[in-house]
Design a protein around this ligand. Sequence first.
Ligand SMILES: *Cc1c(COP(=O)(O)O)cnc(C)c1O
Length: 371
Amino acid sequence: MRRAAPAAVERDKADRDKGQGPGPVPTQDLGRHNLALADELRAAAARVLASGRYILGGAASGASEVHAFEQELADALRVSHAVGCSSGSDALLAMLMAVGVGPGHEVVTTPFSFFATAGAIARLGAVPRFADIEPATLNLDEDAAAARLGPRTRAVLTVHLFGRAAPTRGLAAACAARGIPLLEDGAQAIGAVDSEGRTVGTMGLGAALSFFPSKNLGGFGDGGMVVTNDGAFAESIRLLRTHGARSKSDHIMVGGNFRLDELQAALLRVKVPHLAAWTAARRRLAALYETALREAGTPLVLPPPDPGCVWNQFVVRVPAAERDALQAHLAAQQIATAIYYPRPLHLQSCFASLGYQRGDCPIAEQAASEV
Ligand SMILES: *Cc1c(COP(=O)(O)O)cnc(C)c1O
């Protein structure tokens, strides 16, 4: 059966034939990325269809795709345990539930991240306490975070933003001294390593990953995972994702439906063997951007080099007054850009009752106006 090549592939080929440039440059082209694996993906979907088993722990025979995916990804990421979840957001929620976060508690976190980081805290009736970020890496500043620890702090949630491992050594020590866990939001940083060679999920108690289609390991819908070296923590997440059920009729805690689907796991398994090569390609491209933009002498502030970064995004900064003009100029050249994130979390409307003001996290606020 002949299948049509994806539109982007046809377009590139046409451009090459005409001896022209690459044509419009979108921020990403997921169809093109995924269609390169089309035959394997179809086979994986067909396997699940035939199995009669669609949800983790289903009654039908055959090995669980979710369990196989968990094992394969844990091996690839060099962590002991991986627990598939319904999304990165739910993986964050399950981690916070597992360490007992609830009403009356505070969780110290960054104001410069995707909303889900703070949303997970608020969904449990706890209060996000925002500490400012580092100006160069845009990750949570360890000293600022440590200064926010107080009697109500139940956990710290750091974020490895844009694929770059956050600094954690000092913060992990400050948490340990108080007997509270350091948790990681690794949704954008699958496979990232810090300057000491530690992988995401092993700097703190565990990390939440996301398989949202635009993440480095992108699925075909929503999906997420908790990775950890702590067996008891992994077991808590496993319970929480199935309504706290130890067996069909015995619920030993209140959890939720945070499961990853068999179909999603089967499709994602196709991608796991490619992840290392894709990460290497992202690193090559980031180095290319870095060199070309530096040599061009643009006034852009470039992201600092980091051999462990997995570059979910390549984020540059411009003076706030020039950002709109630059974006319009690039759009005129058919080069798409996006702003991550234009408004810091402490200034989101839904958190107005927490009383944060402009000026409370000045580094994050400046970043939001310049990225
Ligand atoms: C994508 C993302 C999430 C949420 O993941 P979903 O799978 O979309 O729920 C959480 N935190 C960060 C930093 C993210 O980028």
